[in-house]
Each structure stands twice: as C-alpha cells, then as structure tokens.
Design a protein around this ligand. Structure first.
Ligand SMILES: [Fe+2]
Length: 179
C-alpha cells in the first residue's frame, strides 16, 4: 500500500477549508517539529507528521462582533474532538490505511487536555506525546501562533521536503531509529 503523503493531505479541499482557521504556518511548523521528535523517540514519523499537520483542523473562527475573543473561545472549545473526526474522515477519503487513520485521529483528540475535566499527564502514548510536545514548542501566548502567515506554495514545498525525509526513513526500514 502506498503511503498517503503530507502534500496530498494538505491539498485536499477538506484540509484547505479547515486549516485556514487555525493557520497553515502553525500546522506545517508543528509537522516539522513532530518529524524530529518522532525520530528521537522511536515513533513512526508518518503518523507523527500527519497528526501534527491536522491537529488543529477542528478549530472554528473565534471572532465575535467582528472582534477576536480568544478567552471566550477557549471556554467553549472542543476543537480536538471536532479535529479528530475531521482528520479521520479526510484520511479515509484519501484511501488511508484504516489503522493509520485511527491512530492519527486519536493523536488529534489527545493533543491537548484543555477541554477535558482531567489531565492526560503520563497517559498519552509515545505518538500522542510527540504531537502534544511539537504543538507546545510552536505555541505563543493568546493563540498568536495561529496568526503567523505562510504562503500556500511555501507550505507545499516544506511538506514535500518532509515527505521525502519520511519516505527515506521508511525505505531504510527504521534503521535510523536504532542508531
Ligand atoms: Fe496547535
């Protein structure tokens, strides 16, 4: 089975529709961090980068009366739940392996615990930890990381480079992991 690439995922109209809201720059940057962290922690970089790219696709607009209201948004936020569902639907449409789609969906669901009545400390799998950590690295106060700009063409270029690195890693059969 051929791998569904990050570029394919990114170009799909569902991704284009929902990724605009949380910011392409943040999604692509977090995917890059997730690749490095995956290799360091013995996690499949294909799963880690896909989860990272899609982790915030459940966000909706947080403007009220034409004004950005981040605090109000956070109070009602369930973006991880929505994102998990959207990511799963998208990947299945792209012909993704169903187990991969489920793993990615769970990593999206658990990338934050800010909407849960308990914390996920020490409860995440290694993949889920990598995604949460990659997100944290790019985070800025008041959600400003969602407003960094990135041109769509530059995003595709970065993701293409990441795809090459992932393919290279998978072809060498995970040898790098043990080094
Ligand atoms: Fe995020």
């Amino acid at each position: 089975m051929t791998r569904v690439t990050l570029v394919e995922v990114f170009k799909h109209r569902i991704t284009q529709k929902y990724l605009q809201r949380s910011g392409i720059n943040h999604a692509v940057t977090v995917a890059g961090y997730a690749f490095d962290l995956a290799l360091k922690n013995g996690v499949d970089p294909n799963l880690a980068t896909k989860s990272a790219l899609l982790h915030d696709m459940g966000h909706y607009e947080w403007y009220r009366d034409g004004k950005w209201d981040y605090e109000e948004y956070r109070k009602h936020d369930i973006h991880a739940i929505k994102g998990a569902e959207r990511a799963h639907k998208l990947l299945i449409r792209l012909g993704e392996d169903r187990l991969v789609a489920k793993e990615v969906s769970l990593a999206v669901l658990l990338h934050t615990d800010s909407y849960l009545p308990f914390d996920l400390h020490n409860k995440r799998t290694k993949l889920q930890q990598v995604v949460a950590e990659a997100d944290r690295i790019d985070e800025q106060p008041n959600g400003l990381h969602h407003y960094k700009e990135m041109d769509k063409g530059d995003a595709v270029k970065s993701l293409y480079q990441l795809d090459l690195k992932i393919d290279h890693f998978l072809q060498s059969d995970g040898e790098e992991m043990s080094r």
